[in-house]
Design a protein around this ligand. Structure first.
Ligand code: XMP
Length: 599
């Protein structure tokens, strides 16, 4: 492998920075992420530079510091979103806050450009921005536009500097890979010489070096990541040097903890310990409803239980490293890179683990990879398809799908009316829900109200409406469509926390949905299918359930899934049979502006 045959991605804090690097690797070219202040000598040792997006504004005082020589190294540059704005701002153009923010899909119309070689004149792209380029710098031409954005692509062909306002790296942009491929091969002249086999070999050597003469105590949730992690460590170190611990928090899926152990034993992994800690978790979460607080408590307790178990087994921390199947989104969404914004604290990123990482006591061999790469690695290691293809399940489990409340939040009636007026233009009625959920908009975390709409299950209309609502109202990041009953006459926010009763309620609803997903052959088509419990009493009949099936490739972006009406009808009936449930809704929001999970 030629070291200079690489593409450097400068990280301005986008949630998609690593995804971008990964896309380039998918094209068969090694890609590395660096800080925007990287040294010119380092940058020159590459075929091209990509400037990522980011949550800041280029014209503000707190804009990200960068090396201004980027544009005079005679190496091709591609700026994306914030990256395009930086090019315009820095080289004499103008960037301002646009009148309309664009989140989600937009139709792009292109002109001739080396970046668009081989593409149709019009196609769909994925936008997530508030600022936009208003005036071009000298030497630049506009190369594409959308309804709300005149300069959706810009180029200075002579200097090989290109900008795109949209995100070619996310799977919801059509021809995104073709554009990146045009940049990497035609414009930069890079060559194909990178693959997952290389990664496996390189990583095995790294693991042996990091572990040295020690052993690994792996925290095993039993999901795809921790299982692949176990197989990788097994291959790199040999089986006797790894013990795995599964902490049963009580928030696992119905019967999941048992299944995990059985499945791994089938694979010949016998050193598996199970710590039963259900009561401890419920006790620690009493009276808590704020998502980040919940996540921090769960993450902290998780590691406390693990360390206690390590002590019970008489393994001392000097000779045992803690292993985790952390993958890249866990890090980036926790705000783990220099310029990115915190979206959620993933359970394996709790403060105590961060301290242990700094002391060199943790090994995380998958922390540069995305889910689909982890799956590819799993296959390469010989794991069965059934195991590798399972839906992702978050470490904190059902705890972050059981929304809690102190019962005091009020929905703003005036705002509710305005949203309803907008909804009627699409033939729907809308109600503001008195509950908030987490979202990601313009690369930043949001914690905002959800809206319930009542009307036909017309997916195209619902997609339009949900995009309109979240783009028009600053305080909304999520829209759900009522499935049953037909009308909501009363809604009462309950004072409700994590309890055994509510956990059992969700476990049962979730198990029924998962069974139907399998029976109907939807496991592969749908990326993930969270089922959420809301602490709101609907029509005095019981709490609300939200179905959240999504299509995605790497979980950094997602689209709500369009499940056939009759299957959805069966799901609704099955869920309504569960005691204490009064209404069933379908989440019709993409990511962004919402996240996949509600918390
Ligand atoms: P969001 O909700 O941020 O989720 O769109 C992206 C993906 O990450 C999963 N997720 C987690 N996984 N620990 C995990 O191992 C966590 O704390 C966690 N939180 C979210 C989520 O299920 C989705 O696949």
């Amino acid at each position: 492998m030629d070291e200079a045959n690489r593409i450097i991605v400068l990280d301005f804090g986008s949630q998609y920075t690593h995804l971008l690097a990964r896309r380039i690797r998918e094209l068969g070219v090694y890609s590395e992420i660096m800080a925007p202040t990287a040294d010119s000598e380092e940058l020159k040792n590459s075929k091209g530079i990509i400037l990522s997006g980011g949550p800041k504004s280029v014209y503000e005082k707190d804009a990200v510091a960068f090396n201004p020589e980027i544009f005079s190294l005679s190496i091709p540059v591609l700026g994306l979103c914030y990256g395009q704005q930086l090019i315009a701002h820095e080289l004499g153009g103008k960037v301002e806050l646009g009148k309309v923010r664009e989140y989600g899909n937009a139709m792009l119309r292109i002109e001739d450009s080396a970046l668009f070689e081989g593409l149709p004149r019009e196609f769909n792209v994925w936008m997530s921005h508030g600022d936009k380029v208003q005036k071009l710098p000298k030497g630049f031409e506009g190369k594409a536009g959308t309804e709300d954005c005149a300069y959706a692509a810009i180029a200075d062909v002579k200097r090989k500097i290109f900008g795109l306002q949209f995100h070619p790296e996310v799977s919801h942009t059509e021809f995104g890979m073709q554009m990146l491929s045009n940049f990497v091969f035609s414009i930069c002249g890079a060559e194909k010489d990178w693959g997952m086999e290389n990664y496996l070999e390189k990583k095995s050597v790294e693991i042996r070096a990091q572990v040295g003469g020690k052993n690994v105590f792996l925290l095993l949730s039993g999901g795809v990541d921790s299982t692949v992690c176990l197989a990788l460590l097994n291959r790199a170190l040999g089986s006797g040097r790894i013990h795995a611990l599964h902490v049963d928090t009580g928030f696992m899926r119905k019967n999941e903890s048992l299944l995990v152990k059985e499945e791994l034993e089938k694979l010949g992994v016998t050193e598996i310990h199970v710590a039963r800690a259900e009561k401890k978790f419920i006790r620690a979460l009493k009276g808590i409803y704020e998502p980040e607080e919940k996540r921090n408590i769960i993450g902290g307790l998780f590691i406390d239980v693990a360390l206690e178990e390590l002590g019970n087994l008489n393994f001392d921390t000097e000779t045992w490293l803690i292993g985790q199947g952390t993958i890249y989104p866990d890090t980036i969404e926790t705000g783990g890179t220099e310029n990115s914004n915190k979206i959620k604290t993933h359970h394996n990123r709790a403060p105590i683990i961060m301290q242990m990482i700094q002391k060199g006591r943790v090994i995380e061999p998958l922390n540069q990879l995305y889910k689909d790469e982890v799956r590819e690695l799993g296959r390469l290691l010989g794991l069965p398809e059934a195991l590798v293809n399972r839906h992702p399940f978050p470490g904190p489990g059902l705890a972050i799908r059981i929304l809690c409340s102190d019962g005091k939040q009020k929905a703003d009636a005036e705002l509710g009316k305005k949203i309803n007026t907008l909804a009627t233009t699409e033939g729907y009625e809308a109600k503001l829900l008195p509950i908030k959920s987490v979202g990601v908009q313009g690369d930043s975390r949001t914690y905002r109200n959800a809206v319930l709409v009542e009307g036909a299950l017309d997916y195209a209309a619902l997609e339009r409406l949900s995009t309109k609502i979240t783009n028009s109202f600053d305080s909304i990041n999520r829209v759900v469509c009522l499935l049953k009953p037909e009308k909501i006459n009363s809604m009462k926010l309950e004072k409700a926390y994590l309890s055994v009763e509510r956990t059992e309620r969700l476990k049962e609803a979730d198990a029924r949905i998962m069974q139907l997903v399998e029976e109907k052959g939807l496991l592969n088509e749908i990326w993930q299918f969270p089922v959420i419990l809301l602490p709101i009493d609907f029509n005095k009949k019981g709490e609300g359930i939200v179905l959240r099936p999504v299509y995605s490739k790497e979980a950094m972006t997602a689209k709500f899934a369009r499940i056939g009406e009759s299957i959805l009808g069966e799901m609704v009936e099955k869920v309504l049979e569960v005691k204490g449930i009064g209404a069933v809704m379908l989440d019709v929001t993409h990511k962004p502006p919402a996240t996949i999970e509600w918390e």
